[in-house]
Write a new protein. Sequence first.
Length: 368
Amino acid sequence: MKIALVHDQLNQFGGAERVLLELSDIFPDAPIYTLVYDKDKMNGAFDGKDIRTSFIQRFPLNLGINFFKYFLNLMPQAIETFDLGEYDLVISSSSAFAKGVITKTNTTHVCYCHTPTRYLWDDTHSYVADLNLPKVAKIFVRKSLLKIRQWDFIASQRPDYYIANSEFVKNRIKKFYRKDSVVIVPPVDDPKIDPVNKDEIGDYFLIVTRLRPYKKVDLAIQAFNELPSKYKLKIIGTGEYEYELKKMVVNDNIEFLDYQPDDKKFEYLKKCIAFINPQEEDFGITPVEAMMVGRPVIAYKKGGALETVMPGLSGEFFEKQTKEDLKNAIINFDHTKYNPIEIKNYAQKFNKDRFREQIINFVENLKK
């Protein structure tokens, strides 16, 4: 069986790209079709892979890579230009455009859906409101999003099967795309690191994420700005919102650590008091990575966190997405009541071996 993989774009490395990398390891002969590939931002993860890009990649002066988001209106056309006629099975890894590839009648298309495109559906109003644009410009943005939203629904009907990364996303696929799906949660890397003893825990809380508005890092900064200096926050990650976030900091108890390779990231994870997850995640790989090294999670009680955080065992929730609720959760948090070994054992249900087995079984069942 000849297989191809399709991914939205490879210009940042996050949870979706970790899923794609695991799919590529499961199907090593499958080429990867994607809108653009910025090798410098992939940290070597896809070196040696057969990456095939769209015409946006070939714009002069690297415009397609460096100004990718400004070519939003071209992305539906670009994804449809991929000729996948030679493949028996296409697996798209999609939170935006990859599901829109056109396949032949005898080709099976399976979409691993990370989420229906948030800025087109339930987050569209907040997305436009947060844009740093004049009101007149936002009128044209809304018109553009309307056209892309119409295309997105049409494109959502093209896959023959959907795999959702959580029950939360399964419900969103049903609501916005009117399609059924099965749940296979993403693979989470087990670094094979033993949890540290309680007396080795550091004096800081930790966030690891892309620095984008919807990740709600600003909420954590607002909370820690008002907490006594003994409450420290370290933030690992980069992104277009980094400058604005750094400007919000008023005390020296908040530290930005920029990008950290996996070995360094896990060193910080295993010694944090707790991992903080202030946003509504579709699944949330990084909180589970914290659990993999025995650390508890303080999470906003919504979205995928409801499926990964077990109160009293692997973490706690805060109810409202406000700085006051988060502050109270941090002040009242007692990490000594958590058993790092039990947290790590609990997290094994999300490991790569489980993902690999479920994906292979899913594909094998397609042949029957």
